[in-house]
Design a protein around this ligand. Sequence first.
Ligand code: HEC
Length: 124
Amino acid sequence: MKKIVIGIFTLTLLMHAEDMLFTKGQMLFNKYGCYGCHGSNAEGNGDYPRLASKPKAYLIKRLKGYRDGTITSNRANIMKPFAKKLSDKDIEALAEFLSKKIYMNEQPDEKYYEEFLVGDSSGS
Ligand code: HEC
């Protein structure tokens, strides 16, 4: 009986491991203020790329690139100080969270939307 209980417990833990990584990533996204540039839904904003729903492996590669200095450009230099704070585990969690995060571009109300259309010039 004890073994079964432990078995079920372990299984539950395994099933939650991915969820936990997602939650950790979400927490880090807020803690490090990533939303300040990339948007609170990671939807991107002008010069700041969308992160939501991008492939996990790609996000990991990019974040390590900024952190380890293999990606360099003026724009990458904006990103660098934030990537520098991240451990491999942080990057894994952030990438898990961002890749699973559904791309939601918050629909503003109609009046705002009209103004938005007039001034729309983004497109990255
Ligand atoms: C001060 C603004 C700023 C903050 C804060 C910021 N970023 Fe960025 N980020 C950028 C810019 C600018 C780029 C584009 C750099 C480039 O062109 O290579 C970028 C690029 C990225 C990319 C690559 C996207 C792609 O499509 O190639 C990832 C992933 C990323 N940021 C994740 C994060 C995470 C995670 C955080 C929080 C730890 C964060 N960023 C905080 C400005 C910021």
